[in-house]
Design a protein around this ligand. Structure first.
Ligand SMILES: Nc1ncnc2c1ncn2[C@@H]1O[C@H](COP(=O)(O)OP(=O)(O)O)[C@@H](O)[C@H]1O
Ligand SMILES: [Mg+2]
Length: 453
Protein backbone atom coordinates (compact mmCIF):
# COMPACT_ATOMS: atom_id res chain seq x y z
CA UNK A 1 0.00 0.00 0.00
CA UNK A 2 1.21 3.50 -0.79
CA UNK A 3 2.46 4.99 2.51
CA UNK A 4 1.20 8.45 1.58
CA UNK A 5 -2.45 7.40 1.32
CA UNK A 6 -4.06 8.09 4.72
CA UNK A 7 -4.82 5.01 6.80
CA UNK A 8 -8.46 4.56 7.65
CA UNK A 9 -9.67 3.78 11.16
CA UNK A 10 -13.22 2.75 11.99
CA UNK A 11 -14.32 3.88 15.44
CA UNK A 12 -17.33 1.96 16.81
CA UNK A 13 -18.81 3.45 19.96
CA UNK A 14 -22.31 4.49 21.10
CA UNK A 15 -20.86 7.21 23.32
CA UNK A 16 -20.77 10.51 21.38
CA UNK A 17 -18.16 12.08 23.64
CA UNK A 18 -15.75 9.23 23.18
CA UNK A 19 -16.29 9.33 19.44
CA UNK A 20 -15.63 13.06 19.38
CA UNK A 21 -12.37 12.70 21.33
CA UNK A 22 -11.08 9.82 19.18
CA UNK A 23 -12.11 11.59 15.99
CA UNK A 24 -10.10 14.69 16.94
CA UNK A 25 -6.99 12.84 18.10
CA UNK A 26 -6.81 10.45 15.18
CA UNK A 27 -7.64 13.06 12.52
CA UNK A 28 -4.97 15.32 13.95
CA UNK A 29 -2.51 12.42 13.64
CA UNK A 30 -3.30 12.17 9.91
CA UNK A 31 -5.75 9.23 9.93
CA UNK A 32 -8.98 9.12 8.07
CA UNK A 33 -11.66 8.40 10.66
CA UNK A 34 -14.98 6.65 10.06
CA UNK A 35 -17.56 6.38 12.79
CA UNK A 36 -20.27 3.83 13.58
CA UNK A 37 -22.52 4.15 16.64
CA UNK A 38 -23.51 0.49 16.90
CA UNK A 39 -22.27 -2.98 16.04
CA UNK A 40 -24.86 -3.35 13.26
CA UNK A 41 -23.95 -0.06 11.69
CA UNK A 42 -20.24 -1.01 11.84
CA UNK A 43 -20.93 -4.32 10.06
CA UNK A 44 -22.92 -2.48 7.37
CA UNK A 45 -20.08 -0.02 6.80
CA UNK A 46 -17.63 -2.90 6.49
CA UNK A 47 -19.59 -4.16 3.52
CA UNK A 48 -18.52 -1.09 1.54
CA UNK A 49 -15.23 -0.04 3.05
CA UNK A 50 -12.32 -1.92 4.54
CA UNK A 51 -10.44 0.17 7.17
CA UNK A 52 -6.91 -0.52 8.29
CA UNK A 53 -7.91 -0.80 11.95
CA UNK A 54 -11.11 -1.02 14.00
CA UNK A 55 -11.49 0.55 17.45
CA UNK A 56 -14.39 -1.31 19.03
CA UNK A 57 -16.38 -0.47 22.19
CA UNK A 58 -17.51 -3.50 24.19
CA UNK A 59 -20.70 -2.31 25.84
CA UNK A 60 -23.18 -1.16 23.22
CA UNK A 61 -26.93 -1.45 22.74
CA UNK A 62 -27.89 -4.08 20.16
CA UNK A 63 -25.09 -6.50 19.44
CA UNK A 64 -22.20 -5.83 21.78
CA UNK A 65 -18.54 -5.44 20.87
CA UNK A 66 -17.71 -9.14 21.37
CA UNK A 67 -20.42 -10.29 19.00
CA UNK A 68 -19.45 -7.61 16.48
CA UNK A 69 -15.85 -8.81 16.66
CA UNK A 70 -16.93 -12.44 16.23
CA UNK A 71 -18.84 -11.54 13.06
CA UNK A 72 -15.98 -9.45 11.68
CA UNK A 73 -13.61 -12.39 12.20
CA UNK A 74 -16.09 -14.82 10.65
CA UNK A 75 -16.26 -12.85 7.41
CA UNK A 76 -13.38 -13.61 5.00
CA UNK A 77 -13.25 -10.07 3.60
CA UNK A 78 -12.85 -8.48 7.04
CA UNK A 79 -11.18 -11.15 9.13
CA UNK A 80 -7.68 -9.76 8.63
CA UNK A 81 -8.52 -6.23 9.81
CA UNK A 82 -6.94 -5.71 13.23
CA UNK A 83 -9.53 -5.05 15.99
CA UNK A 84 -8.71 -3.16 19.16
CA UNK A 85 -11.20 -3.19 22.03
CA UNK A 86 -12.06 -0.17 24.16
CA UNK A 87 -13.22 -1.37 27.50
CA UNK A 88 -14.21 0.26 30.72
CA UNK A 89 -13.95 -3.06 32.38
CA UNK A 90 -10.87 -3.87 34.33
CA UNK A 91 -12.10 -7.45 34.43
CA UNK A 92 -9.32 -9.74 33.20
CA UNK A 93 -11.84 -12.34 31.98
CA UNK A 94 -13.32 -9.83 29.50
CA UNK A 95 -9.90 -8.84 28.19
CA UNK A 96 -9.09 -12.51 27.68
CA UNK A 97 -12.43 -13.03 25.91
CA UNK A 98 -11.58 -10.12 23.60
CA UNK A 99 -8.24 -11.69 22.68
CA UNK A 100 -9.80 -15.10 22.22
CA UNK A 101 -12.22 -13.56 19.69
CA UNK A 102 -9.27 -12.37 17.64
CA UNK A 103 -8.65 -8.85 18.98
CA UNK A 104 -5.05 -7.75 18.86
CA UNK A 105 -5.06 -5.26 21.73
CA UNK A 106 -7.24 -3.21 24.04
CA UNK A 107 -7.32 0.26 25.61
CA UNK A 108 -9.13 1.07 28.86
CA UNK A 109 -11.66 3.82 29.42
CA UNK A 110 -11.43 6.59 30.27
CA UNK A 111 -9.20 6.83 27.26
CA UNK A 112 -5.67 8.23 27.53
CA UNK A 113 -5.28 10.05 24.21
CA UNK A 114 -1.50 9.55 23.97
CA UNK A 115 -1.81 5.87 24.78
CA UNK A 116 -4.56 5.30 22.20
CA UNK A 117 -2.52 7.06 19.54
CA UNK A 118 0.65 5.15 20.44
CA UNK A 119 -1.11 1.79 20.28
CA UNK A 120 -2.96 2.62 17.08
CA UNK A 121 0.33 3.64 15.47
CA UNK A 122 2.02 0.44 16.59
CA UNK A 123 -0.73 -1.74 15.10
CA UNK A 124 -0.98 0.19 11.87
CA UNK A 125 2.77 -0.18 11.50
CA UNK A 126 2.56 -3.88 12.35
CA UNK A 127 -0.16 -4.34 9.80
CA UNK A 128 1.81 -2.68 7.04
CA UNK A 129 4.91 -4.69 7.96
CA UNK A 130 2.82 -7.80 7.77
CA UNK A 131 1.59 -6.82 4.32
CA UNK A 132 5.17 -6.21 3.20
CA UNK A 133 6.14 -9.58 4.58
CA UNK A 134 3.32 -11.21 2.68
CA UNK A 135 4.44 -9.53 -0.50
CA UNK A 136 8.04 -10.57 0.07
CA UNK A 137 6.84 -14.07 0.69
CA UNK A 138 4.94 -14.05 -2.58
CA UNK A 139 7.95 -12.74 -4.49
CA UNK A 140 10.07 -15.38 -2.84
CA UNK A 141 7.63 -18.10 -3.78
CA UNK A 142 7.60 -16.82 -7.36
CA UNK A 143 11.38 -16.85 -7.42
CA UNK A 144 11.49 -20.37 -6.05
CA UNK A 145 8.96 -21.49 -8.66
CA UNK A 146 11.00 -19.80 -11.37
CA UNK A 147 14.25 -21.40 -10.18
CA UNK A 148 12.57 -24.77 -10.00
CA UNK A 149 11.35 -24.34 -13.56
CA UNK A 150 14.84 -23.30 -14.68
CA UNK A 151 16.35 -26.28 -12.92
CA UNK A 152 13.93 -28.73 -14.48
CA UNK A 153 14.66 -27.24 -17.91
CA UNK A 154 18.35 -27.72 -17.27
CA UNK A 155 17.70 -31.26 -16.13
CA UNK A 156 15.69 -31.97 -19.27
CA UNK A 157 18.52 -30.54 -21.39
CA UNK A 158 21.02 -32.71 -19.57
CA UNK A 159 18.94 -35.82 -20.16
CA UNK A 160 18.66 -34.83 -23.79
CA UNK A 161 22.36 -34.40 -24.34
CA UNK A 162 22.99 -37.62 -22.47
CA UNK A 163 20.72 -39.44 -24.90
CA UNK A 164 22.45 -37.72 -27.78
CA UNK A 165 25.73 -39.00 -26.48
CA UNK A 166 24.39 -42.50 -26.06
CA UNK A 167 22.92 -42.39 -29.55
CA UNK A 168 26.11 -41.15 -31.22
CA UNK A 169 28.13 -43.60 -29.16
CA UNK A 170 25.86 -46.38 -30.42
CA UNK A 171 26.28 -45.16 -33.97
CA UNK A 172 30.03 -45.08 -33.70
CA UNK A 173 30.14 -48.55 -32.12
CA UNK A 174 27.87 -49.78 -34.86
CA UNK A 175 30.07 -48.08 -37.43
CA UNK A 176 33.16 -49.77 -36.05
CA UNK A 177 31.44 -53.13 -36.01
CA UNK A 178 30.25 -52.74 -39.59
CA UNK A 179 33.74 -51.67 -40.65
CA UNK A 180 35.19 -54.72 -38.88
CA UNK A 181 32.76 -57.13 -40.48
CA UNK A 182 33.28 -55.58 -43.90
CA UNK A 183 37.03 -55.94 -43.46
CA UNK A 184 36.75 -59.58 -42.42
CA UNK A 185 34.46 -60.42 -45.32
CA UNK A 186 36.79 -58.70 -47.69
CA UNK A 187 39.68 -61.21 -47.50
CA UNK A 188 37.75 -64.41 -48.28
CA UNK A 189 35.81 -62.59 -50.96
CA UNK A 190 39.07 -61.55 -52.58
CA UNK A 191 40.18 -65.25 -52.60
CA UNK A 192 37.04 -66.21 -54.44
CA UNK A 193 36.83 -63.36 -56.88
CA UNK A 194 40.56 -63.45 -57.56
CA UNK A 195 40.46 -67.19 -58.39
CA UNK A 196 37.17 -67.29 -60.20
CA UNK A 197 38.42 -65.90 -63.51
CA UNK A 198 41.37 -68.31 -63.71
CA UNK A 199 38.96 -71.12 -62.81
CA UNK A 200 36.76 -70.10 -65.75
CA UNK A 201 39.79 -70.17 -68.08
CA UNK A 202 40.86 -73.60 -66.76
CA UNK A 203 37.38 -74.98 -67.34
CA UNK A 204 37.38 -73.60 -70.88
CA UNK A 205 40.76 -75.22 -71.45
CA UNK A 206 39.55 -78.55 -70.11
CA UNK A 207 36.45 -78.48 -72.33
CA UNK A 208 38.74 -77.67 -75.29
CA UNK A 209 40.92 -80.63 -74.42
CA UNK A 210 37.93 -82.99 -74.17
CA UNK A 211 36.71 -81.77 -77.50
CA UNK A 212 40.12 -82.48 -78.98
CA UNK A 213 40.08 -86.02 -77.56
CA UNK A 214 36.60 -86.60 -78.96
CA UNK A 215 37.74 -85.45 -82.42
CA UNK A 216 40.70 -87.83 -82.27
CA UNK A 217 38.61 -90.67 -80.83
CA UNK A 218 35.27 -90.43 -82.65
CA UNK A 219 34.45 -94.02 -81.51
CA UNK A 220 35.26 -94.31 -77.79
CA UNK A 221 35.32 -97.74 -76.17
CA UNK A 222 32.44 -98.90 -73.97
CA UNK A 223 33.88 -97.68 -70.67
CA UNK A 224 34.42 -94.12 -72.01
CA UNK A 225 31.02 -94.08 -73.70
CA UNK A 226 29.31 -95.17 -70.48
CA UNK A 227 31.13 -92.60 -68.42
CA UNK A 228 30.23 -89.81 -70.89
CA UNK A 229 26.62 -90.78 -70.61
CA UNK A 230 26.60 -91.10 -66.82
CA UNK A 231 28.00 -87.69 -66.17
CA UNK A 232 25.91 -86.19 -68.99
CA UNK A 233 28.86 -84.40 -70.55
CA UNK A 234 26.75 -82.31 -72.90
CA UNK A 235 24.78 -80.90 -70.00
CA UNK A 236 27.94 -80.13 -68.01
CA UNK A 237 29.36 -78.35 -71.03
CA UNK A 238 26.27 -76.23 -71.25
CA UNK A 239 25.68 -75.61 -67.55
CA UNK A 240 29.12 -75.15 -66.00
CA UNK A 241 29.87 -71.79 -67.70
CA UNK A 242 26.46 -70.46 -66.61
CA UNK A 243 27.07 -71.64 -63.08
CA UNK A 244 30.46 -69.99 -62.98
CA UNK A 245 29.04 -66.77 -64.38
CA UNK A 246 26.39 -66.65 -61.68
CA UNK A 247 29.03 -67.31 -59.04
CA UNK A 248 30.97 -64.39 -60.46
CA UNK A 249 27.89 -62.20 -60.30
CA UNK A 250 27.31 -63.22 -56.68
CA UNK A 251 30.86 -62.49 -55.67
CA UNK A 252 30.69 -59.10 -57.40
CA UNK A 253 27.66 -58.27 -55.35
CA UNK A 254 29.34 -59.24 -52.12
CA UNK A 255 32.32 -57.08 -53.14
CA UNK A 256 30.04 -54.11 -53.74
CA UNK A 257 28.31 -54.57 -50.42
CA UNK A 258 31.59 -54.86 -48.59
CA UNK A 259 32.93 -51.74 -50.32
CA UNK A 260 29.73 -49.88 -49.45
CA UNK A 261 29.87 -50.99 -45.85
CA UNK A 262 33.41 -49.80 -45.56
CA UNK A 263 32.66 -46.51 -47.27
CA UNK A 264 29.61 -46.02 -45.09
CA UNK A 265 31.29 -46.71 -41.80
CA UNK A 266 34.62 -45.02 -42.34
CA UNK A 267 35.66 -44.14 -38.84
CA UNK A 268 37.14 -40.71 -38.89
CA UNK A 269 36.92 -38.91 -35.63
CA UNK A 270 39.97 -36.71 -35.46
CA UNK A 271 40.24 -34.85 -38.73
CA UNK A 272 38.23 -34.07 -41.79
CA UNK A 273 39.29 -35.73 -45.01
CA UNK A 274 38.50 -35.18 -48.71
CA UNK A 275 35.44 -37.23 -49.54
CA UNK A 276 33.47 -38.10 -52.64
CA UNK A 277 29.91 -37.27 -51.61
CA UNK A 278 28.49 -39.44 -54.43
CA UNK A 279 30.32 -42.43 -53.03
CA UNK A 280 28.67 -41.70 -49.68
CA UNK A 281 25.22 -41.47 -51.25
CA UNK A 282 25.72 -44.66 -53.27
CA UNK A 283 26.96 -46.67 -50.33
CA UNK A 284 24.04 -45.49 -48.24
CA UNK A 285 21.61 -46.44 -51.00
CA UNK A 286 23.27 -49.82 -51.27
CA UNK A 287 22.81 -50.43 -47.55
CA UNK A 288 19.17 -49.39 -47.82
CA UNK A 289 18.81 -51.58 -50.93
CA UNK A 290 16.51 -54.10 -49.26
CA UNK A 291 14.06 -51.34 -48.46
CA UNK A 292 13.95 -50.12 -52.05
CA UNK A 293 12.89 -53.49 -53.44
CA UNK A 294 9.29 -54.42 -53.84
CA UNK A 295 7.70 -56.34 -50.97
CA UNK A 296 4.17 -57.62 -50.35
CA UNK A 297 3.62 -54.34 -48.48
CA UNK A 298 4.76 -51.95 -51.18
CA UNK A 299 5.74 -52.08 -54.82
CA UNK A 300 9.35 -50.90 -54.53
CA UNK A 301 10.78 -47.43 -54.59
CA UNK A 302 12.38 -45.92 -57.63
CA UNK A 303 15.55 -43.92 -57.07
CA UNK A 304 16.40 -41.29 -59.64
CA UNK A 305 19.94 -39.98 -59.39
CA UNK A 306 21.20 -36.87 -61.08
CA UNK A 307 24.72 -36.21 -59.86
CA UNK A 308 26.49 -32.99 -60.75
CA UNK A 309 30.20 -32.48 -61.11
CA UNK A 310 31.27 -32.23 -57.47
CA UNK A 311 34.73 -31.64 -56.07
CA UNK A 312 35.91 -33.74 -53.13
CA UNK A 313 34.56 -32.24 -49.92
CA UNK A 314 36.56 -31.98 -46.71
CA UNK A 315 34.37 -33.59 -44.09
CA UNK A 316 33.79 -36.46 -41.68
CA UNK A 317 32.50 -39.05 -44.18
CA UNK A 318 31.01 -41.40 -41.59
CA UNK A 319 28.94 -38.60 -40.13
CA UNK A 320 27.75 -37.28 -43.48
CA UNK A 321 26.74 -40.79 -44.44
CA UNK A 322 24.73 -40.94 -41.26
CA UNK A 323 22.92 -37.76 -42.33
CA UNK A 324 22.10 -39.26 -45.76
CA UNK A 325 21.00 -42.45 -44.02
CA UNK A 326 18.65 -40.57 -41.68
CA UNK A 327 17.10 -38.48 -44.46
CA UNK A 328 16.71 -41.45 -46.81
CA UNK A 329 15.22 -43.74 -44.17
CA UNK A 330 12.73 -41.05 -43.23
CA UNK A 331 11.78 -40.75 -46.91
CA UNK A 332 11.33 -44.53 -47.13
CA UNK A 333 9.24 -44.56 -43.94
CA UNK A 334 7.07 -41.78 -45.36
CA UNK A 335 6.65 -43.54 -48.73
CA UNK A 336 5.71 -46.81 -47.07
CA UNK A 337 3.13 -45.16 -44.87
CA UNK A 338 1.84 -43.13 -47.81
CA UNK A 339 1.42 -46.21 -49.95
CA UNK A 340 -0.44 -48.00 -47.18
CA UNK A 341 -2.69 -44.97 -46.84
CA UNK A 342 -3.47 -44.99 -50.58
CA UNK A 343 -4.33 -48.69 -50.40
CA UNK A 344 -6.61 -48.18 -47.40
CA UNK A 345 -8.36 -45.23 -49.03
CA UNK A 346 -8.68 -47.14 -52.33
CA UNK A 347 -7.23 -44.07 -54.00
CA UNK A 348 -4.96 -44.02 -57.03
CA UNK A 349 -1.59 -45.66 -56.35
CA UNK A 350 1.48 -43.59 -57.08
CA UNK A 351 4.76 -45.47 -57.08
CA UNK A 352 7.22 -44.14 -54.53
CA UNK A 353 10.08 -42.16 -55.96
CA UNK A 354 13.16 -40.68 -54.36
CA UNK A 355 15.09 -38.13 -56.35
CA UNK A 356 18.67 -37.32 -55.41
CA UNK A 357 20.53 -34.55 -57.18
CA UNK A 358 23.73 -32.72 -56.42
CA UNK A 359 25.25 -29.46 -57.59
CA UNK A 360 27.91 -26.93 -56.73
CA UNK A 361 26.69 -23.59 -55.45
CA UNK A 362 29.90 -21.73 -56.13
CA UNK A 363 33.56 -22.55 -55.66
CA UNK A 364 33.03 -23.06 -51.98
CA UNK A 365 29.78 -24.90 -51.42
CA UNK A 366 28.13 -28.10 -52.59
CA UNK A 367 24.49 -28.93 -52.29
CA UNK A 368 22.69 -32.26 -52.05
CA UNK A 369 18.93 -32.52 -52.60
CA UNK A 370 16.96 -35.55 -51.44
CA UNK A 371 13.29 -35.43 -52.37
CA UNK A 372 10.43 -37.90 -52.09
CA UNK A 373 6.90 -37.90 -53.49
CA UNK A 374 5.46 -38.98 -50.13
CA UNK A 375 2.72 -37.37 -48.04
CA UNK A 376 4.62 -34.14 -47.29
CA UNK A 377 4.80 -32.50 -43.90
CA UNK A 378 2.18 -30.35 -42.18
CA UNK A 379 3.23 -26.93 -40.94
CA UNK A 380 2.89 -27.82 -37.23
CA UNK A 381 5.15 -30.83 -37.73
CA UNK A 382 7.62 -28.90 -39.86
CA UNK A 383 8.37 -26.41 -37.12
CA UNK A 384 9.45 -29.24 -34.78
CA UNK A 385 11.26 -31.36 -37.36
CA UNK A 386 14.73 -30.80 -35.94
CA UNK A 387 13.70 -30.93 -32.26
CA UNK A 388 15.26 -33.82 -30.37
CA UNK A 389 12.73 -36.58 -29.66
CA UNK A 390 10.13 -35.12 -31.99
CA UNK A 391 8.52 -37.98 -33.85
CA UNK A 392 5.16 -38.71 -35.42
CA UNK A 393 5.90 -42.42 -35.58
CA UNK A 394 4.60 -45.04 -33.15
CA UNK A 395 6.65 -45.95 -30.08
CA UNK A 396 9.35 -48.40 -31.01
CA UNK A 397 9.53 -47.18 -34.60
CA UNK A 398 10.59 -43.58 -34.25
CA UNK A 399 13.07 -42.08 -31.83
CA UNK A 400 12.81 -38.52 -33.08
CA UNK A 401 16.59 -38.30 -33.03
CA UNK A 402 17.44 -38.78 -36.71
CA UNK A 403 16.90 -35.24 -37.88
CA UNK A 404 18.11 -33.52 -34.73
CA UNK A 405 21.39 -35.42 -34.92
CA UNK A 406 21.62 -34.75 -38.65
CA UNK A 407 21.06 -31.09 -38.01
CA UNK A 408 23.82 -31.06 -35.43
CA UNK A 409 26.22 -32.89 -37.74
CA UNK A 410 25.54 -30.56 -40.67
CA UNK A 411 25.53 -27.21 -38.86
CA UNK A 412 27.91 -27.73 -35.96
CA UNK A 413 30.36 -30.31 -37.21
CA UNK A 414 30.48 -29.15 -40.83
CA UNK A 415 29.35 -25.53 -40.59
CA UNK A 416 26.81 -26.27 -43.27
CA UNK A 417 23.07 -25.82 -43.59
CA UNK A 418 20.11 -28.17 -43.54
CA UNK A 419 16.77 -27.12 -45.00
CA UNK A 420 13.44 -28.79 -45.44
CA UNK A 421 10.89 -27.80 -48.05
CA UNK A 422 7.55 -29.52 -47.78
CA UNK A 423 3.82 -29.05 -48.14
CA UNK A 424 1.16 -31.63 -47.32
CA UNK A 425 0.44 -33.60 -50.49
CA UNK A 426 3.48 -32.17 -52.28
CA UNK A 427 6.23 -34.48 -51.08
CA UNK A 428 9.28 -33.47 -49.13
CA UNK A 429 12.71 -32.18 -50.05
CA UNK A 430 15.71 -31.98 -47.77
CA UNK A 431 18.70 -29.90 -48.81
CA UNK A 432 22.16 -30.31 -47.31
CA UNK A 433 24.73 -27.61 -48.00
CA UNK A 434 28.35 -28.27 -47.08
CA UNK A 435 31.39 -26.03 -47.51
CA UNK A 436 33.98 -27.67 -49.77
CA UNK A 437 36.88 -26.81 -47.50
CA UNK A 438 36.81 -27.55 -43.81
CA UNK A 439 35.82 -24.59 -41.65
CA UNK A 440 39.29 -24.51 -40.07
CA UNK A 441 40.31 -22.82 -43.31
CA UNK A 442 36.99 -21.35 -44.31
CA UNK A 443 35.07 -19.06 -41.97
CA UNK A 444 31.59 -20.42 -41.30
CA UNK A 445 28.76 -19.19 -43.46
CA UNK A 446 26.23 -21.03 -41.39
CA UNK A 447 23.41 -19.04 -39.87
CA UNK A 448 21.81 -22.00 -38.24
CA UNK A 449 18.42 -23.57 -38.61
CA UNK A 450 16.30 -22.59 -41.54
CA UNK A 451 12.90 -24.10 -42.12
CA UNK A 452 11.38 -22.55 -45.19
CA UNK A 453 7.69 -22.28 -45.87
N1 LIG B 1 10.49 -37.32 -45.86
C1 LIG B 1 9.60 -37.11 -44.87
N2 LIG B 1 8.26 -37.11 -45.14
C2 LIG B 1 7.36 -36.90 -44.15
N3 LIG B 1 7.68 -36.69 -42.85
C3 LIG B 1 8.97 -36.67 -42.51
C4 LIG B 1 10.01 -36.90 -43.49
N4 LIG B 1 11.20 -36.82 -42.87
C5 LIG B 1 10.92 -36.59 -41.56
N5 LIG B 1 9.60 -36.49 -41.34
C6 LIG B 1 8.95 -36.22 -40.04
O1 LIG B 1 9.92 -35.79 -39.12
C7 LIG B 1 9.83 -36.55 -37.92
C8 LIG B 1 11.17 -36.60 -37.24
O2 LIG B 1 12.10 -37.36 -37.98
P1 LIG B 1 13.35 -37.99 -37.22
O3 LIG B 1 14.03 -36.92 -36.43
O4 LIG B 1 14.17 -38.74 -38.20
O5 LIG B 1 12.70 -38.98 -36.16
P2 LIG B 1 11.92 -40.37 -36.43
O6 LIG B 1 12.22 -40.81 -37.84
O7 LIG B 1 12.49 -41.29 -35.41
O8 LIG B 1 10.48 -40.08 -36.20
C9 LIG B 1 9.26 -37.88 -38.36
O9 LIG B 1 8.59 -38.53 -37.29
C10 LIG B 1 8.29 -37.45 -39.45
O10 LIG B 1 7.06 -37.04 -38.92
MG1 LIG C 1 14.14 -40.87 -38.67
Amino acid sequence: MNPTTPRTILVVDDNATNVRVLYDVLSAAGFRVLVAQSGESALNKLKVILPNLILLDVMMPGIDGFETCRRIKAEPSTQNIPVMFMTALSDTADKVKGFSLGAIDYVTKPLQQDEVLARVNVHIRLQSLQQELQQLNQTLEQQVAQRTAELSTTLAQLKESQLHLVQSEKMSTLGQMVAGVAHEINNPVVFISGNLQPAIYYVQDLFGLIELYQNRLPNPDEELANRIETIDLDYIREDLPKLLASMKEGVNRICNISTSLRAFSRTDTATQIPFNIHEGLDSTLMILGHRLKSTPKQPGVQVIKDYGDLPLVECYPGQLNQVFMNILSNALDALEEHYQHQVNEHSQLYPGTIRIWTETLDEEWVRVHIADNGPGIAKEVRSHLFDPFFTTKPVGKGTGLGLSISYQIVTEKHHGKLYCYSEPGQGTEFVVEIPVRSPMVLPSKSEGLTVKD
